[in-house]
Design a protein around this ligand. Structure first.
Ligand code: TYD
Ligand code: MG
Length: 450
């Protein structure tokens, strides 16, 4: 008889080892490795006659059956609505608005005659009802259940024959067969795999909520990413009211699309024109502020960059950045010193992307350099100017992708002048009402601003 075997699994990150360890080599946590029995699987009998490979051209296809959720921003991120029979994961920090978002889509789904089962392990039906009242959700098609046991959840799904099932959240669900604690990686993985079978076997769309753990590691939801069809992350700054919904995986559409929402007293509202929203309350006629156009997926987004350069009598000037990589700012300061002759050595330099946005795209460089130079010289940049371009170490402005799209977005919001890398002029485009200036290095960029 085969010996009963066990393995050791880290409850934080899912790392597996054959012997117990005090510290997890993968995530570095102490005391998180627990023993788990390994179920001995019976060997299959090999390939049955029914399981035969199919010729690609003989497989018939049909377009997916999609349902609109009523939130345009969410539909865009999903690639045109929820696909029936798909498994979707919505991740994000606790309190960011995941439950609110999912409750809000129930109204529109219900109006289209879809039966929805909302299973919450965190809130009682009364709490959800109170929230639904505030969000003006009153559909008859929505049923609520407060449950955390996977077997009971499966029975409820079978009994209700719902079209859509929402599990809020996967961290609270547990399976009796699995010995580890609810919320551990093994529990989450097993429960999701059960939900996947339910979803694929019966054509039910399942939406799973997954909390991102507090220290920023996405250990919980991360281990599920490969199992589900679509992974959406809900991001945002606690202090700002806007929220970004980002698709990081989508088997039915493009990834890297974003949806923008605002958290209000009546729930999440879509922001259909995020550029205008981001540029609200922008100061004009002061030095150190400039507008740039970044790309979020394929969507251009205008944002304001601010910089403050002030004299310091300390030997070590301070450099700080909010919303962009600090090292990038240090490099840009060095490039400005060496290639454009700015004496920033005795000046503190602060850079800020307004609205709590975090941007990693290099096309930001030119705008950051322009903002620093503007503050240093105390010369405002005209308010109708948009600047973008990547800056290299020799001070050259490098081409960025989709320049035309960025200039069009600037034109749409009434900007009159775009300063862009000269290499992008090769695309040979012109946008009505916008003057386009091509520059090839930082000195030319600063000259164009004088
Ligand atoms: P919630 O959806 O419960 O977050 P999650 O499920 O991701 O943990 O959102 C909770 C936060 O949203 C809470 O701090 C209150 C706020 N909120 C509003 O500002 N307006 C509203 O209409 C609702 C329902 C919530
Ligand atoms: Mg919640």
């Amino acid at each position: 008889m085969a010996r009963a075997r066990s393995r050791y699994v880290c409850s934080e990150c899912g790392y597996e080892t054959v012997k117990w360890l005090g510290k997890c080599p993968s995530c570095g946590c102490f005391g998180t490795i627990n023993e788990e029995p390994v179920a001995v699987k019976s060997r299959g009998t090999g390939l049955s006659s029914q399981v035969m490979p199919q010729r690609l051209n003989e497989i018939t296809t049909q377009t997916e059956d999609r349902t609109l959720t009523g939130l345009k921003e969410l539909d865009r991120v999903l690639g045109g609505g929820l696909v029936s029979g798909s498994l979707t994961l919505v991740g994000g920090y606790p309190g960011i608005g995941k439950s609110t978002l999912l409750l809000q889509i129930c109204q529109r789904l219900g109006e289209q005659g879809k039966k929805i089962l909302y299973i919450s392990g965190e809130e009682s039906p009364r709490q959800i009802k109170m929230r639904a009242d505030r969000l003006k959700i009153h559909t008859d098609m929505l049923k609520l259940l407060s449950e955390t046991n996977m077997t009971a959840i499966e029975n409820a799904i079978n009994h209700e024959a719902a079209d859509y099932v929402i599990i809020d959240s996967i961290q609270t669900v547990y399976m009796e067969e699995v010995t580890s604690a609810p919320g551990s990686v093994t529990q989450i993985r097993e429960a999701t795999s059960r939900l996947m079978h339910i979803c694929k076997g019966r054509g039910i769309s399942v939406i799973i909520v997954g909390h991102v753990t507090k220290d920023g590691s996405i250990a919980g939801p991360r281990v599920l990413e490969h199992m589900v069809d679509t992974v959406l992350y809900f991001e945002g700054d606690k202090t700002a009211s806007y929220r970004l919904l980002r698709a990081v995986k989508n088997r039915f559409g493009g990834t890297n699309e974003i949806g923008v929402f605002e958290m209000t007293g009546e729930g999440l509202k879509e922001i259909l024109n995020p550029s205008a929203y981001m540029l609200n309350d922008r100061p004009t006629d002061v030095s150190g502020t400039v507008v740039t156009c970044t790309l979020e997926g394929t969507r251009p987004l205008l944002i304001e960059i601010q910089s403050l350069v002030s004299f310091t009598s300390f030997n070590m000037p301070r450099r700080m950045s909010t919303g962009m990589d600090f090292n990038r700012v240090t490099i840009l300061i060095a490039v400005l010193e060496k290639r454009a002759g700015l004496q920033l050595g005795s000046y503190d330099t602060y850079v800020n992307i307004t609205g709590g946005m975090r941007i990693t795209e290099p096309s930001l460089d030119a705008a950051v350099a322009a903002a620093i130079a503007s503050s240093y010289r105390d010369m405002p940049i005209p308010a109708d100017t948009v600047i973008f371009g990547e800056i290299g170490l020799t001070g050259e402005l490098r081409a960025v992708s989709m320049a035309e799209k960025r200039v069009s977005e600037a034109a749409r919001l009434g900007f009159k002048h775009c300063i862009i890398p000269r290499a992008n002029l090769r695309d040979n485009f012109s946008i009505k009402g916008v003057k386009i200036t091509g520059v090839s290095n930082v000195s030319e960029l600063l000259y164009a601003l004088q």
